[in-house]
Design a binder for this molecule. Structure first.
Ligand code: ZN
Length: 185
């Protein structure tokens, strides 16, 4: 298993480039991101496929056979936030990612207005989204327990939002993810 120090080192390596991609995404209001793969021998990570457009980053292809999946970075345009969506978690699981980052590419004036008038989000979730907007970008380390998918499917059979709420409100190593690296606004 990759140590936290190495995960952070590799996330930092790509964060500057990712933050400028995030600025482009803020202007175009199009989701953007990319896949990150380990080179042979897990010495360092390199950018792989790029993605853009709605759900484009959830459907990112896997790393080539000669390399290993490390993680992904993608943006959340309006309503902007750096909180992962249930879909983000599911696709990170499916690709066996070690970590992934989300950058807030929202426009603050419209996003708060959008959030307050959204009838489908719970007050708890709105609070978490607003809290996440203090950060420009957040990176999450996924729980690497090989049985975690089964454990969480039993614990949260219907509502995957619940496991996000739990990871955010009661952080710990046994949760679906931990915030491992963040860049404040
Ligand atoms: Zn997302």
């Amino acid at each position: 298993m990759t140590s936290d120090a190495v995960l952070k080192r590799e996330l930092k390596r790509h964060s500057k480039g990712f933050l400028s991609v995030c600025e482009v995404s803020r202007k175009t209001q199009k989701e953007q991101g990319y896949n990150i793969c380990w080179t042979k021998g897990k010495k360092k990570t390199v950018l792989s496929h790029e993605c853009s457009g709605k759900h484009g980053c959830i459907l990112l292809p896997e790393c080539k056979k000669s390399s290993l999946q490390f993680g992904t970075m993608h943006t959340h345009p309006n309503p902007g936030n750096s909180l992962p969506s249930p879909g983000d978690i599911m696709s990170a699981w499916d690709r066996d990612e070690e970590a992934f980052c989300v950058c807030d590419a929202g426009n603050r004036k419209t996003e708060i207005k959008d959030l307050k008038s959204d009838p489908y989000l719970s007050t708890e979730l709105k609070e978490l989204i607003i809290q996440s907007q203090k950060d420009k970008m957040r990176c999450y380390k996924l729980n690497q327990n090989p049985n975690i998918k089964t454990i969480f499917q039993i614990e949260y059979p219907k509502d995957q939002l619940e496991m996000i709420l739990d990871a955010e409100k009661h952080p710990g190593k046994d949760k679906i993810y931990q915030v491992i690296y963040r860049v404040k606004k």
